[in-house]
Design a protein around this ligand. Structure first.
Ligand code: 4AD
Ligand code: MG
Length: 448
């Protein structure tokens, strides 16, 4: 008893034919003998038109008039089964239109809370489960999907194997202040902040590996770039140099932008994203500067009329105004490399001849989007890693598996992690990271 519904996305293949579509009424207009329905089915939007005389002719005076009245009275988000003839229509912004021949209501929708008028952010966030139905949110989710798809494609083409890291862990991967704890049969387990440490074991087993999954950080920050639960893709690669890692990251980010241009052009159009600008990020080489060069540059420009960041000394960490300024200065995604060891994670390998700096890079997106990737070459020397952990007062018994990787055939290796929502926000050109994930988790947001 399956019935074949045509997706709105595919109506272009059915011009001149009668099709049936399962959809929701996003909006309606019209007067007198004519009714216009804006229909959406999640794949796209388009317009369907009901003309009263056609209904009277097909169903007779009484039934035809009743059917037409039903259509005129349809309320927002009523679900319907609509049959009609597909017409090409250059005047309509969708390019196609449906000439309705019949319509059945499937599910009523009374007083839908999100109306076409403006709503405040808190109201929309409280109704996130419904807000997801709006045009802009549909577009952002399509971009997210294109980025995930392009990730799998890119890593597959480059010889990487998907290697899933655990979410429950006995130790901290990044920074122990941001850990979410949970009871684990009387012991403490932590929610993963990054799959990296496990992925390093994968790289020793399989050469090139990547993972993709949710990670958790008890970030108290209320910014437009921070979530407490977000999706990270980490990649790890054996026998990798710092330069090769940057090349790989650059190729990956370009592949993601290209993937969105290829797979979600309508979404970019809905969001009014500057597509030429996105294309320029693919065409131009990314900028690479060292942390110390970046500090010099920031210091040299701190008196400029159009800057408003705090003075930094060599050794200080960047705040988001500094990151924004650096990437805007170059106008392309910018790698800042070789940060001070003191402000980065314990596992990073020092720059040869300069133990104060580590072989790492943050990739800063232009247009003020900030850091999208963090990566590094890992300390692969057992004694050096133990010394570093002792210096930081870390409990080595929690990291035995990690130290083992340095005891049995250690090799130079490295990798990086991208926050998928940061990438989505950047490519979509939206302001706040909360719209880049279906149900955002933030400092004050756990529902819906
Ligand atoms: O720079 P991070 O902390 O790096 C790591 O976790 C490494 N273990 C990755 C690796 O080398 N395999 O995080 C990586 C990325 C950041 O660049 C940022 O895009 C994103 O994760 N990120 C966040 N995204 C949303 N909300 C947060 N609170 C985030 N914290 C980091
Ligand atoms: Mg980082």
């Amino acid at each position: 008893m399956s019935k074949k519904f045509v997706s709105i996305r595919d109506v272009k293949d059915h011009v001149g034919q009668e099709v049936t579509i399962g959809a929701w009424v996003a909006n309606k207009s019209g007067k007198g003998k004519i009714a216009f329905l804006q229909l959406r089915d999640g794949t796209a939007y388009f317009q369907a038109v009901a003309f009263k005389p056609n209904f009277l002719e097909k169903f007779g005076e009484t039934e035809g008039a009743a059917k037409f009245e039903t259509i005129k009275k349809l309320s927002q988000e009523t679900s319907v089964e609509v049959t009609g003839i597909v017409k090409e229509d250059e005047r309509s912004k969708f390019g196609y239109e449906l000439d309705i021949t019949d319509l059945q209501v499937i599910g009523h929708s009374v007083d839908y809370p999100i109306t076409p008028k403006e709503h405040g952010t808190d109201f929309l966030m409280d109704h996130r489960h419904l807000w997801l139905r709006s045009r802009k949110q549909m577009a952002i989710m399509q971009i997210r999907n294109a980025i995930i798809y392009a990730t799998y494609e890119f890593f597959d083409q480059n010889g990487f194997i998907k290697f899933d890291s655990p979410i429950l862990s006995g130790n901290a991967a990044e920074d122990s202040t941001e850990l979410f704890e949970t009871d684990y049969f009387g012991n403490t387990a932590y929610l993963s902040q990054s799959g990296q440490l496990y992925l390093e074991a994968g790289a020793m087993a399989l050469g090139r590996v990547f993972d993709f999954g949710p990670v958790f950080r008890a970030e108290k920050s209320k910014t437009r770039r921070h979530l407490t639960e977000f999706w990270m893709m980490d990649a790890e690669y054996s026998f990798l140099s710092h330069e090769e890692s940057l090349d790989l990251q650059e190729a990956y980010v370009k592949a993601l932008i290209q993937g969105v241009l290829d797979r979600a052009p309508q979404a970019l159009e809905i969001l009014e994203r500057d597509v030429e600008l996105l294309k320029s990020y693919i065409a131009e080489p990314f900028k690479r500067i060292s942390y110390d060069e970046a500090i010099d540059l920031l210091q040299a420009h701190e008196q400029d009329a159009d800057t408003d960041y705090e003075h930094l000394e060599h050794g200080d960490d960047f705040g988001s105004p500094h990151e924004t300024w650096i990437s805007n200065h170059f106008g392309v995604p910018t790698f800042v490399t070789n940060y001070p060891a003191a402000i980065k994670a314990f596992y990073m390998k020092p720059v040869p001849g300069n133990p104060e700096r580590v072989l790492c890079a943050d990739l800063l997106a232009p247009e003020g989007y900030g850091e999208i990737i963090g990566g590094s070459i890992r300390e692969d020397d057992y004694a050096a890693l133990v010394a570093k952990m002792d210096e930081l007062g870390m409990d080595k018994s929690e990291y035995e598996f990690y130290l083992d990787l340095r005891k049995y055939g250690s090799v130079p290796h490295g990798g990086f992690g991208i926050g998928i929502e940061r990438m989505v926000t950047f490519v979509a050109g939206t302001k706040h990271i909360r719209e880049a994930i279906p149900f955002p988790r933030m400092l004050h947001r756990l529902r819906p």
